[in-house]
Design a protein around this ligand. Structure first.
Ligand SMILES: [Zn+2]
Ligand SMILES: [Zn+2]
Length: 385
């Protein structure tokens, strides 16, 4: 399907994207590199600036048929790379530690294969979204009128998964990734001279009480339907001034749950703890939510296309029984469209995602292109029956 020079070209493309890593919301160079590459594949339409710096590249078939969308992500992470290879990130303290550079290269490879074997029916849409890591990008794309008109029948995405054998297809019916949201709690008291703490109102005791009470929500339920957990990610109290008592505290945490309703319930319980503790110590508080992700639900018939395409590609399939606790912005797409996301094993001993020594394994590019092309081919055959 891909010749050696084509694989070498995609590998070079992946490494170029790796060098120009950009944070969520500022993926200008990546979008430009992708647009330039795919313009060379003569698509029927390229939509740029979609929900930020996103782009959609459309290949039309001759006959009516399924509109099949494949998604990749444009953003990198605020992590300083520990690797020393010659294509290491040129962006200070920013690098591709989730493998989105590899996912982009795979979608570009799919574009070059489709350019040689144009769809006989339907359409293939290659969607590159910005802002995946902060959970903002999918909602922005869904709100963009130009995206709505594309009207996909079915949507797919893949993510590389370290910890699984290289090339293994990891998939699950129903809940694949949990819903999650970040909660920022700001506790407001009053400072005083450190020699006269009785003149101030320190949020210290309320903060300790909240942190203690949150332990009861840390892993409330581990079974699939009711799963929920609360993880503290940071806490701050006062300033580094030895003459001043704290007048301010901040706690950051992530709430996760099996579905959006369980997540709402967990949020209400956490809010209740903040309300009671603040009241008990006469301080005021604010709660801000951010980084919100909907649960990613895989449709069974979309999983069937993935399974059949894996077999056709000679890749082993692993149907897992428990969902991942992590979240995926793709969940916003699966609440609107039918589809599924699957994992592509990156090697059992490969460094985990978001670690400073992680790098996308280049040998996954060919496997990724192969399975996505087979999914597209099977969708066309199924719709033409
Ligand atoms: Zn990530
Ligand atoms: Zn990712």
């Amino acid at each position: 399907m891909l010749s050696h020079p084509e694989i070498a070209e995609l590998t070079a493309l992946r490494r170029r994207l790796h060098q120009f890593a950009e944070l969520s919301g500022s993926e200008v160079k990546a979008a430009g590199i992708i647009e330039e590459y795919l313009a060379g594949c003569n698509p029927d339409k390229i939509i740029t600036g979609l929900g930020g710096h996103g782009l959609a590249v459309v290949f039309d078939g001759n006959l009516p048929g399924p509109v099949v969308l494949f998604r990749a992500e444009l953003d990198a992470l605020p992590i300083q790379e520990l690797n020393s290879f010659d294509y290491k990130s040129l962006s200070k303290d920013i690098s591709h530690k989730c493998g989105h550079d590899g996912h982009m290269a795979i979608l570009c490879g799919l574009g070059s294969v489709i350019a040689k074997q144009r769809p006989f029916s339907g359409k293939a849409i290659l969607l590159f979204q910005s802002d995946e890591e902060n959970g903002k990008g999918a909602a922005r794309i869904l709100a963009d009128q130009r995206f709505t008109t594309l009207n996909p029948n079915i949507i797919f995405a893949l993510h590389n998964f370290p910890g699984y054998p290289e090339g293994q297809i990891v998939v699950k019916h129903g809940l694949m990734f949990c819903a999650s949201r970040g909660m920022r709690i700001i506790l407001k008291g009053k400072t005083s001279h450190a020699a006269y703490p009785e003149n101030g109102l320190s949020p210290q005791r309320a903060m300790c009480r909240i942190l203690d009470a949150f332990e009861t929500l840390s892993l409330k339920n581990n079974c699939e339907d009711e799963f929920s957990m609360l993880t503290i990610v940071f806490a701050r109290l006062g300033e580094e001034a030895f003459g001043v008592t704290p007048g301010f505290a901040e706690i950051g945490l992530t709430l996760r749950a099996a579905d959006n309703n369980v997540l709402r319930e967990l949020s209400a319980q956490a809010e209740q703890i903040v309300r009671d503790s603040s009241r008990a110590h006469q301080i005021t508080y604010d709660i801000i939510y951010q980084d919100e992700f909907a649960a990613t639900i895989n449709d069974e018939y979309a999983c069937k296309f993935i399974e059949d395409a894996a077999l056709a590609s000679g890749l082993p399939v692993n149907f897992i029984t428990l969902p991942f606790r992590a979240s995926e912005d793709f969940g916003n797409f699966t609440t609107r469209y039918e589809g599924a996301i699957f994992g592509l094993g990156a090697g059992e001993d490969h460094p985990q995602l978001h670690r400073p020594d992680y790098d996308f394994p280049d040998m996954l590019i060919e496997k990724g292109v192969l399975i996505l092309f087979n999914i597209f081919r099977l969708c066309q055959e199924y719709w033409s029956k």
